[in-house]
Design a protein. Sequence first.
Length: 555
Amino acid sequence: MDIKPLNRELSVAAQVTAGDLPAIYAAGVRALICNRPDGEGPDQPNFSEIEQAARELGIETHYLPVESGKVSDEQAVAFGALLERVPRPALAYCRTGTRSATLWALSQAHRQSLPDILQCARGAGYDLTAVARRIVNGGRIAGDAADASHDVVIVGAGAAGIAVAASLRTREPGLDVAVIDPADVHYYQPGWTLVGGGVFAPEETARTMGSVLPRGVRWIKAAVAAFEPEKNIVVLDGCRLVKYRKLIVCPGLKLDWHGVEGLVDTLGRNGVTSNYRYDLAPYTWQLVQQLRGGRALFTQPPMPIKCAGAPQKAMYLSCDHWRRSGRLNDIDVSFHNAGAVLFGVVDYVPALMEYVKLYGIHLNFGSTLTAVDGPARRATFSVALPDGTKETVQREYDMIHVCPPQKAPDFVRASPLADAAGWVEVDHGTLRHARFEHIFSLGDACSAPNAKTAAAARKQAPVVAENVIASLAGRDLPARYDGYGSCPLTVERGKIVLAEFTYGGKVAPSFPSWLIDGTRPSALAWYLKERILPPLYWEAMLKGREWLAKPEIPA
């Protein structure tokens, strides 16, 4: 008997027989709901037989039959009402469990988010994306009439989304493009490292969304709930439908602050900060200035994360300030990295290690932050040991800079677009979806194994724009992305190790070594980061000007 839990209170299963009931009772089930009409199959026991055998064991039974493929609104409501009053845990069954799982999902439409419902069902082995729109619509059947239709629809108005919109409009000024994003503000996130280092003011990294969207692009100010790739439909919150000829998915990633126990309760106070949030980066600089002695911890979670160098950038800039102010010798600095190396591209590690030694930083590899007790100023880590086991270690702190765990947005992970890890599954060269030819993806949410940085999105946007336009015209896809990413590692105020690389960690410098040697700290690279890259972002990347980013197109 295969009992598949949806949550602690309800499980689903395929057809139940009287012989299964002792095991069902032993598993703790106290109520049984039959969703299969009698007589569907020649090997199917009637509900009355199950009811009689269940009564002898003290299991409450209910009969709510549903025809296969015909779950009605009323039946979903009735199922939800039944769940409210039966003893729990309960078990619902039909021929395969799918009808029961569907009834549960629709009954939860007003109680849980769509991604949570779909993930619970998927965890039990049921793909319910076909009823996603009904869940968004409060469990009711919805029609196919679209509220809007566009040639190209872009999900996400971050760096990747606006850059690809601008690249499309530069190539085809009359192209009908819409961008879906509920945010009012667009952020230059690479600048938050310098906010945390006291170089930038936070407001320098923010502009209104309306001011950065390319002219002629329609802004749909809404959140995405689901995708229906077979119908070329995006479902918005409220069950509004947007149709497309081509879809570009680039909503960024999700910072999983709840992935560290106690972190949400203490962010922004008790010495707990993070440059990964606009409102917390100034607190980083405040803590750095105030710290006179004690212990400072910096953490990095398992990959993939946005800008893999950012956790140590914060550490180096902090250490540099403490060194310049004569306080570094009184501060014990530790870097807790869930990974096994300081940086993924070996060519840049020697220069970084020189600064690790200069600042006296204690490196802790295989060390993952699992909990933070803010009032007690104590952090808990899970540490991987050489024999493959793990141990729990606690460290006191006076300041801790946390890089949170990260994953694809919920509505992406729960969608048919996702790969096994939850990212939008793309061909690594063309950035077209591996299974849906009308869908492309770029930026942090796509599955390409490149560094998740703004520099990567700057190179990806023109590739996707070229390929989308070719796809609209029925031509072969001409452009290829080589995996380029860049990470300007701020090792001290005024100097940067400019890491640039493509797929496989191949070093790919943009400048000759006599100008900027990326493997060594460079003052010119700092000037590039502080003075050149911000206007390049606002005035070039977000406006379709592709300096050092235009892809090579075969003649």
